[in-house]
Design a protein around this ligand. Structure first.
Ligand code: KE4
Length: 430
């Protein structure tokens, strides 16, 4: 596989960008590779600057559920582009997309657009703290909510609660208000609430975890969080940046029949352009400036191009049969991967809808600790083999593979066949 042009670009980028990239995970360090530089995408395919072609299962980390350059998205962008790239003032498209989100996501009566998922979760927590007058927030080990200071924390001493900064620059005081629990462990949350419930402003959770690899909620876990939040006066915040419009048109909350107090969105609602959003009950959202006193702002929030691409994407997703088709494609890929891995026995697959992860561990993977029993060296060998076969997977064991409407049966069969060939080679190694 030629990579001279990517290599040269990376050499140049290393002088200009930290690590040569604008976001760490795409640096491909977890799999010991230099990042590929891409020239264009089309449908389910990506083409790098050296002319290599790949079946793309990253989909820009989730937004491209329609695939690359979908006609409806391109047309919407072309039409919007010629009317202006940004006004810094309201435009009709913001109202149209807000209406679509509020009509679709059960918990969202009002919504505020942002420019990233990070901004959305950061703002949602500020609103929750302002609304409840409380300081503490509960998050779960292995869940990622963007590069938010108070959420870049790791498990501190003990197991459940004390958290420590997970990045230089995050102060102990900042992390002190963040309490940690194990994902799918309601008892851990109950223990925190018994001791500090009256100080907790919010419980923030990925309703389907995607950032430790895909980990579904255990039966009763989300409902239990809802009860614990309600009984203590804390807000339940679903971070649906990844799952929103992904696992169902109304997101995980529609899939599981839940109504959290607030929801964070991103990725798909921008159709590949920079976007985020947070929303919830009207009485909560009316506290956001300028309606209320909790400040939140953004020069390019509600940008007409992002709104146009997001609206075009949601209009496509709303068409009859779309999620049935996504489910068929995703189930076919999952079955193919499971068959491929059956021989090795040291692999387990988690899937919810069109997001899935093949863990190189016997499993079951139900939280971050069990995810981390994965053999990351074996994952790396798998990753490199698949890349060589023209399959572009997320370059980390702890990420989600995304199936799009653009993936063809041939794409999926070819991917499963490549995985089977790799697994057989493992069997031969013993
Ligand atoms: P952004 O700020 O990257 O738009 O969104 C942050 C975020 C918030 N919440 C969830 C559940 C998320 O998955 C994310 C971002 N996801 C990662 C991939 N796991 C983005 C990839 C990257 O960081 O480059």
């Amino acid at each position: 596989m030629k990579s001279e042009k990517s290599h040269r670009l990376f050499e140049e980028a290393l002088k200009l960008l930290p690590g040569g990239v604008n976001s760490p995970v795409r640096a491909m360090r977890a799999v010991g590779l230099e990042p590929l530089f891409f020239d264009r995408g089309a449908g389910s395919r990506l083409f790098d600057v050296d002319g290599n072609e790949y079946v793309d299962f990253v989909g820009s980390w989730g937004p491209l559920i329609l695939g690359h350059c979908h006609e409806a998205v391109i047309e919407a962008l072309e039409k919007s582009l010629r009317r202006g790239t940004s006004f810094g003032a309201p435009s009709p498209l913001e109202v149209e997309l807000a209406a679509k989100v509020c009509q679709t996501v059960p918990s969202v009566e009002m919504v505020r657009m942002t420019n990233s998922g990070t901004e959305a979760t950061m703002s949602a927590l500020r609103v929750a703290r302002g609304y409840t007058g409380r300081d503490k927030v509960i998050k779960f080990e292995g869940c990622y909510h963007g590069a938010v200071d108070s959420l870049l924390v790791q498990a501190g001493s003990g197991v459940a609660t004390l958290s420590l900064p997970d990045s230089p620059g995050v102060t102990r005081r900042t992390s002190a208000d963040t309490l940690l629990a194990r994902y799918n462990d309601l008892d851990a949350v109950r223990a925190i609430m018994d001791g500090q419930g009256e100080q907790v402003a919010a419980i923030i959770v990925e309703p389907v975890a995607g950032n430790m690899g895909v980990v579904p909620p255990a039966a009763g876990f989300l409902e239990g969080l809802g009860e614990l939040a309600r009984s203590s006066g804390a807000l339940l915040v679903f971070d649906e940046v990844m799952t929103g419009f992904r696992v169902a048109f109304g997101g995980a909350q529609q899939l599981f029949g839940m109504t959290p107090d607030m929801t964070c969105l991103g990725k798909i609602i921008g159709g590949g352009l920079p976007v985020g959003a947070f929303g919830g009950r009207r009485e909560i959202m009316e506290t956001v400036a300028p309606a209320g006193g909790t400040y939140q702002a953004g020069t390019l929030s509600g940008n007409p191009l992002a709104m146009a691409a997001g609206l075009a994407t949601l209009i496509e997703l709303e068409k009859p049969g779309v999620y049935g088709e996504l489910e068929e494609k995703s189930a076919a890929l999952a079955e193919g991967l499971k068959e491929a891995a059956a021989a090795s026995g040291r692999v387990s697959l988690n899937r919810v809808g069109s997001m899935m992860t093949l863990f190189f561990t016997a499993g079951p993977v139900t939280d971050f600790d069990s995810a981390r029993t994965s053999d990351v060296n074996r994952f790396t060998a798998y990753y490199k083999y698949m890349l060589g076969q023209g399959v572009y997977l997320p370059p980390s064991q702890f990420e989600a593979v995304f199936v799009s409407l653009a993936h063809t049966d041939e794409d999926l069969k070819r991917t499963a066949a490549a995985a089977a060939a790799f697994m057989e080679s493992l069997g031969r190694e013993g």
